[in-house]
Design a protein around this ligand. Sequence first.
Ligand code: C2E
Ligand code: CA
Ligand code: CA
Ligand code: CA
Length: 276
Amino acid sequence: AKKSGKHQCVLFNQVIYEEFARKMQLIEALKEAIPQQQLSLHYQPIFRLSNLHCEKLEALLRWQHPQLGMIPPDVFIPIAEEHNFIIALGEWVFAQIIQDLQQIQQQFGKVEICINISSLQFAHPASLEQFLVTLNAQHIPGEQFCFEITERLLLDSSVNTMAMLNNLHHAGIKLAIDDFGTGYSSLAYLHKFMIDYVKIDKSFISSLTENEKNQALCKTMIYMGNQLNIKLIAEGVETQDQETLLKQMGCHYSQGYLRAKPHPLIAVKESLIQQD
Ligand code: C2E
Ligand code: CA
Ligand code: CA
Ligand code: CA
């Protein structure tokens, strides 16, 4: 038993070492991602449930590395946040969206573009300020954008964060709380922050039809949202049953593989047409 214990320990160290080495490799690779043009944006449609119109597109960052392959954002975003690359990534996303804007409007008309914003971008707000300046200079209305932020940002909100949220609101940029339900806050609390949308986390949606607790929770969120003028977006909607139930509950918007996966801009419209 002693022997195998020692052996396990060696294995364990090796696993830790490999994880560490892999992470170091990713950090080094991430430094090259922008100059080597390895990043791209995919867009995922969000539908109004009452008429199934595509009213919003969520921009989702993709990193294709020539040797390491496609690295998911759930892996590289936390690394970017830890190693101060997230500001540069965020700036790249802003620039790419501005560049895509004309093509988006040609294909979808008046559609809102939802952008994931890391809390760290609020801690170093120069790039957010620069985005507002760019919109102004190019006469792009802020109403075309929605920033997806997390509850955590509001929980430890500093004076600067509050001021920036105000600036965004005045520029017409909508605010959505991402992954709602995984943190601590209540909708009533969110109301103070001029939040326009709340995205119900996909962990709630995936078990919605079987789990009565989650159903009650969703119903309450939708009811309270209506009282507070906050609209609910369900994320990760994968089945018709989930969509039907959400619609019955009065949920406003739906996003998920059932109706549309994220695609590069050139393929988004086509993927919708094929569905009909
Ligand atoms: P998120 O903001 O919660 O984005 C939704 C995620 O769910 C996306 O994963 C999307 O592809 C996926 N998804 C959409 N519909 C379904 C469905 O029906 N079923 C399932 N199982 N998944 C679905 P993705 O693209 O891998 O992004 C993961 C996370 O990475 C995002 O989660 C977001 O937190 C972060 N992220 C992505 N792009 C950016 C970015 O530009 N900036 C920042 N700061 N974070 C980003
Ligand atoms: Ca999001
Ligand atoms: Ca989300
Ligand atoms: Ca998420």
